[in-house]
Design a protein around this ligand. Structure first.
Ligand SMILES: *Cc1c(COP(=O)(O)O)cnc(C)c1O
Length: 375
């Protein structure tokens, strides 16, 4: 095996839910080393990012943010493990892999919990959640996914947050694949802890994730963590007291790239403009695929503009890996399906991807021999 030569342009577009296609300028921002003791890293980069994330998440006062090393799941685990006491009980609303993962985290950490498993292709309803909360008053916290990346469903969080907040429970939202790409105000919704990561809709590179928290709630979490490295409170305290200092080695290059990604989000016109681009991408994708005869897993009103699941073609020549390799050779990386009761593949719209790219993708799929005879 040989190492590849350095490349500055991408060979293909990642039509995946992260890591995703980034701009050349975001990648170029990584070409410098940083000292993690100095203000030009901690104050001028980390602290600026922390403040910007809070501004992106809410107009309300009283929120703060913490950055955490690792993939998105590490920050979900840090949150659940640092917020819950031994007397608390977590209700996990699951309608896909990522909801399921929050239940697994609670199980690993031996946190008292109940998982409500709902259909992957239907909306969870506020009434279902209200019934559980009313039947079990030992539940103190509710955790849920915003965009369930398994299917692409955009869960109806406003109605569910309402039910949770009127019962004075703590709300934890995994907004991993939606934050920065779908407008939301966590203060407005009454969300106490929201988790997302660097390599999704903010369009940075992988390496860390972050939690935006209601400060009064985070302040209660001292000494609750079940893990040293994933102690959300301790990480927050370190960042607060030492102006952006991370407790352990900071993913400096990734953080600097993320700073550039936030600049580019603003240049695009902010979350609303980015949302519009993703919506256009998704509209072109779905209408283009439907014109070719493909069918979506979810009904249209349940879709997010983040990622779309398509039912696999029934043609005898169809084989996901062959189809995937063909598209990859022609410049597009798609994603396997993940739902339990249907054979699907997925195509994402997020990242540095534009309507022209989607139109080119449709043209390439049109000529593929793997799903239709007359191609
Ligand atoms: C991507 C994603 C995660 C985190 O995945 P990692 O692989 O740990 O980064 C969690 N939840 C959702 C909804 C996601 O889309």
């Amino acid at each position: 095996m040989e190492f590849m030569m350095e490349k500055t342009t991408n060979q293909y577009l990642l039509l995946t839910p992260g890591p995703l296609t980034t701009t050349a300028t975001v990648r170029a921002a990584m070409l410098q080393d940083w000292c993690t003791w100095d203000d030009d890293y901690n104050q001028d980069i980390v602290e600026v990012i922390r403040a910007e994330l809070v501004k992106l998440a809410t107009k309300h006062q009283g929120y703060t943010s913490v950055l955490m090393q690792g993939s998105g799941s590490a920050s979900v685990e840090a949150t659940i493990g640092s917020v819950m006491t031994d007397d608390d009980k977590l209700l996990v609303v699951s309608n896909g892999t990522y909801g399921e993962r929050m239940g697994e985290i609670a199980q690993y950490l031996k946190i008292d919990h109940h998982v409500i498993r709902l259909a992957e292709t239907e909306y969870p309803t506020a009434t279902q959640i209200a019934d559980i909360l009313d039947a079990d008053n030992t539940i103190t916290h509710v955790a849920m996914v915003h965009c369930e990346t398994t299917t692409g469903m955009l869960n109806p969080i406003a109605a569910i947050c309402d039910v949770v907040k009127t019962r004075n429970k703590i709300m934890i939202l995994d907004a991993m694949s939606s934050f920065g790409g779908i407008p939301l105000d966590i203060g407005e919704l009454g969300i106490d802890f929201m988790i997302s990561s660097a390599n999704k809709c903010i369009q940075g590179v992988p390496g860390f994730a972050f939690v935006i928290a209601k400060q009064s709630q985070l302040e209660l979490c001292e000494g609750r963590a079940r893990s040293l490295a994933l102690d959300l409170y301790a990480q927050w305290q370190c960042m607060q007291q030492h102006q952006g200092k991370w407790r352990f080695t900071s993913p400096t290059h990734t953080v600097r790239a993320f700073y550039q990604a936030i600049i580019e989000l603003k240049q695009e016109g902010g979350v609303n403009a980015r949302h519009q681009r993703y919506l256009t991408n998704q509209y072109l994708l779905v209408s283009g695929m439907q014109n070719l005869g493909f069918r979506c897993l979810l009904s249209e009103d349940l879709h997010s503009p983040i990622i779309t699941s398509f039912l696999s073609p029934t043609h005898p020549r169809y084989d996901f890996k062959l189809f995937y390799n063909e598209l990859k050779n022609k410049g597009f990386v798609i994603y396997p399906g993940k739902v339990s009761n249907a054979d699907c593949f997925r195509i994402g719209n997020i990242g540095d991807v534009y309507p022209d790219d989607i139109n080119r993708l449709i043209a390439v799929i049109k000529t593929s021999m793997y799903w239709r005879d007359e191609n």
